[in-house]
Every structure is written in structure tokens, then in C-alpha cells.
Design a protein around this ligand. Sequence first.
Ligand code: PFF
Length: 474
Amino acid sequence: MKTTKIQEGKDLEKKSSFSGSLGFVLTAAGSAVGVGNIWRFPYLAAKDGGGLFILLYLVLVLTFGFTLLTTDIAIGRKTGKHVLTVYGSISERWNFLGKLTFIVPVIIMTYYTVIGGWVSRYMAAYMVSGTKTVAQDGYFISFITSKIAPVVFMLVFLAITTLIVYAGVEKGIERFSKYVMPTLLVLIIGVAMFSLTLTYKDSNGVVRTGMQGLKISLLPDLREMTFGKFLRILLDAMSQIFFSLSVSMGIMITYGSYVRKDTNLEKSIWQIGFFDTFVAMIASIMVIPAVFVFLGMEGMSSGPSLMFVSLPKVFEAMGEVGRFIGFAFFLMVTFATLTSCISILETLVGNFIQVLYVSRENLCLIIAVVSAVAATVICAGYNILYFEISLPNGQIGQLLDVMDYVSNSFLLPLISFLTCIFIGWIVKPDLIHDEMQAEGQTFKSKKLYSFIIKFIAPPIMAILFFQSTGIFKF
Ligand code: PFF
């Protein structure tokens, strides 16, 4: 009976794969490009002195980012396993790491659809109400604290995600990404170019232009720089890389397991990293100059409220055209969030198939229902379940922030640290080298990879972990 079930599970697992390298690159880039690129990257860049943050991010993405992404994708393709069993299939003692990693997408799924609901709400508001309503003080708070609207938008967002994943990897996810990712690129480049042409004279008669804003966003601000501040910026860039590339959360392992052996992994990995970084940079060119022009230097330090509070004020100040730009902006954020959410749901589906032996279609529906319940509880975190808690990293948060803290600040650096130890020191990087050269391809960055995974990544991950748990303070 057990053997039949396992066989059944294997048959169910085997169906999924990408049609080729383009589909894989665009789908993985779809997971990587999300609110992290369009919202978090620009606000961190604005807060952390523009150019310095961007420079550090670029160096880190070319070294760490590449190493972590390579590890996830290569190990997924090598073993053909999903995250739950991936490490155990190499070494029985490290089975726990797969289980630990799997907790991350489970947690993220509970709140990512809530954020998806928020961004689609804003997109709809630009379509039907216009810029004035959305820019009103308190608009965001009154929306997220209301009992019904956030749940309705979350459910619509979740239903669309489920439909795409239900249709399968090639026919649903890959096909959707092939249309949406290029559209997103065109939209973001268009709005960024528009942002650079902006000029505004404020009530004091000061004229600010988009090009001045661009200069501020690109030139490193080294005034009052201290070692502690530098380290903080470095760690901000580091944690942004995890989140942005969707690494150490099982997603890229799952996608890696769907890649064909004749795909040149190294080339694809550089392309995914390039796509993700390019979108983040263009998003900064789109957001920072626009905020600078209309809200000045003060607006640039608005932090996480940048997207839902500051930008609507910017769109309002743009006049008539602001409604169209606001709609285009939230349309692209909705697309970006959708492709990321798809990758989380697919990871859950792909993994649960291994343990529950239910068809992917049924699983998809079951997980969607459970996620809907969990996300409704998260929405209630802003009304009936409202509380304020101080998190170990110093932030004050509600339920959604607690989930985000546990998955992104606590688990991600810990999992990355353990993965680097496992690959770098226990099984040795040759395992990854061999996979990268599976069909005679050359792995050009082999030495860089081995050096980082063994010597550089583990101590930095440890520092990041201690910093986010509040054990170290800078
Ligand atoms: N990489 C996405 C972003 O930058 O917004 C975020 C993300 C996607 C996080 C998928 C987690 C995830 F499972």
C-alpha cells in the first residue's frame, strides 16, 4: 500500500517542467521581481544615502546573490526534489534543513496575498476614484483597518493566483510570466522616463527637477558616515538581496527542479539576477526623483509608507496625468506581486504533493482555501485582532509584521547560513560545480562561487542573523 502511494506521489510530482530556458528565466524573474523591487529597494536606497546603498547592493548581488541563487537552483535541478526532501536526499542528517526552509513560504503565503489585495485596491481606486481620494490623509489606514474591503481584495487576488497555478507550470505559470514580465518592463521604463522630465515649484518658490532627484538617488551621500552606519547599510542591502531574489525560501529550489538538464544554468542565473536588479534600479529612478520633485528631501525619508502614503501625494501633485501614472504604477506593482505570489503557491503545491498524494489541481484548491482563512486572520490583525508588539529588531509591528519578521528577518539568514555550511563544508561545492556543468557546459564563476560559499557567506549571514534578532546592535 505504501509503495503504491509513494509511486503515485512520484507520478504526480513528475508532471511539471519548463518548456525551455526563456520560460524558466522569466518565471524565476517573476518570483524575484515583486514589491521588494518597486517598493522596498527605492525606500531603502532613499533612506540609506542613495548611491552608497546602490553600489553595495550591486557588489553584493554579483557575489552573494549569485552564490545563493546558484545554490538553490542547482540543488533543485540536481536532485529533482522539492524543498522538503532536497537536503535529506543528499544527507539524512540534514533533512531538518528542508523542513526548516519550507516554513518560510508557508508563513509568507499567509500575508503576501494581503499585500496583493492592498496593491490591487489602489490600482482599482485610480481607475474609479482618481488621485484626490487616494491622496487623502488617512486613506491607507482607513482601508487596512476596515473589516471587509481588505478581505475582498485579498480574495480576488488569491483567486487569480490560484487559477494560474491550477493551470500548471508550463500552461499557467510560464505562459503568464512570458506576457506579464515584458509588459512590466515596458511600463516601468516608461514611468521612469516620465519621472525624469518632472519639474515643480513649491510654495516657497523652490524649483525641483527630476534630473536633480536622479543625481541625489545615484550619488553616494557620505556625510556623517560612521562605521556603524556603513555596516547598517551593508546589512540592509544584504537582507534586501535575500528577499528580492527569493532565495533560501525553497522557491528557487522548486523552480530549479523543473529545469531541463540541457539548460545552461549559469547563463540563466545571471539573466535572472540581471532582470531583478535592473527592475530595482529602474524603480528607484522612477520613484526617488518623483518623490523628491513633489515632496522634497523630507518625502525621501518616508520609509515603508512610501508606496501607500507618499506616492499617492506625488500622483496627485502631477495633476491630470497623475491618475494615469498612478494607475500604471499600481498595475505594475500588482503584476509583480502576482508573479511572486504564484511562485509561493507553486512551492507549496509542489511540496505537498510529495506528502499528501493528492492531484495538483485538488491540492491547489485546498491550499487556496487554507490560505484564504489564514490571510483573513492577518487582515483582522488591523482591526479585531489589533495589537502592537516590539520586535527584536526594534520595530513596532502588528500581526503581518510579526509574520514578516519571523520569515524574512529571523529564518532567512539562519537558513542561508546553514545552507552555506552544508554545501560549502559538508558536501563540498563540487556537488554544485558538477550540476552546473551537467551537460558539458562550463561553470565560469566556479572559483568565485566556492570562495563565497565557504568563507564569505557564513560569517556575514551569522552577523545578519544576530543583528536582526537584536543580539548585535549597530
Ligand atoms: N522576491 C519578491 C520581491 O522582491 O518582492 C518577494 C518574494 C517573493 C518574497 C516570493 C517571498 C516570496 F516567496
